[in-house]
Write a protein that binds this ligand. Sequence first.
Ligand SMILES: C/C=C/C(=O)SCCNC(=O)CCNC(=O)[C@H](O)C(C)(C)COP(=O)(O)OP(=O)(O)OC[C@H]1O[C@@H](n2cnc3c(N)ncnc32)[C@H](O)[C@@H]1OP(=O)(O)O
Length: 256
Amino acid sequence: MGFLQVQKENKIATIQLNRPPANALSTQLIRELSEVFEELENDSEAKVILIKGEGRFFSAGADIKEFTTIDNEAEFADLGAFGQQLFDRMENYPKLIIAAIHGAALGGGLELAMACHIRLVSSDAKLGLPELQLGLIPGFAGTQRLPRFVGTAKAAEMLVTSEPISGEEAVRWGLATAAYSDAELFEKAYRLASKAAAKSSLSIRYTLELLQYAARGQYSEGAKKESEYFGKVFVSEDGQEGVQAFVEKRQPNFKN
Ligand SMILES: C/C=C/C(=O)SCCNC(=O)CCNC(=O)[C@H](O)C(C)(C)COP(=O)(O)OP(=O)(O)OC[C@H]1O[C@@H](n2cnc3c(N)ncnc32)[C@H](O)[C@@H]1OP(=O)(O)O
């Protein structure tokens, strides 16, 4: 992959955005990400996926320079839909996706991060949707995902001012779960990924799917699905193993 480096170890696949100087999300990079997620979905060596950026930033957003090569409304709308398709897929992905954000996650970079299930940040990272500064608006569903985390008023403030919040602030607003120093960030993200990788794949898949019902405000449907899946995990090999391991006071050996 030209703009991505994928490394698999300990059942964790680390995707590094590798497009200096800002890991801008060009159409080609989005295409490559789509291909990687297609490949990893059935890869038993990848139980958990970690995304990070090389260099100074996680990602500074869509490639503004590429914008100048597009000259009609329909092409821009297609670009928006293309990114949205990938980010919807990520949000509904059956494997846990964690973003480790350092430097900056702006515009499409933050939209990418918001499509991940968990965000860890460096304390001084900048997170924002500055598209209005360019006379534009977000196109990869940023107006829809940001308010889920920070509420409509804070999202409106961030959008109309185009000012980013820091990693520390992102944690306070619920946009990220924890902030660390740059030096610690990746190690902490990896540790979190390792904890998830030790669980049964089936229980992770069901959990991620159920959380999406909650995110969409579908309580009744989600609760109904939960009881259905609760039955399924009990009769699964890993469910039997987990309960048996507890009774026998040993670590479970999940077969996934
Ligand atoms: C549907 C989605 C839409 C969108 O995502 S629209 C884009 C939204 N994103 C932005 O508006 C962010 C734009 N970038 C910035 O505000 C700043 O940059 C940073 C805060 C990220 C970094 O600032 P500093 O540290 O002063 O560095 P620097 O000299 O501005 O940038 C370093 C190099 O990175 C290139 N770059 C930065 N962001 C982008 C981008 N989004 N698309 C294309 N290139 C970008 C620059 O041009 C420059 O490059 P060179 O060294 O060749 O001059």
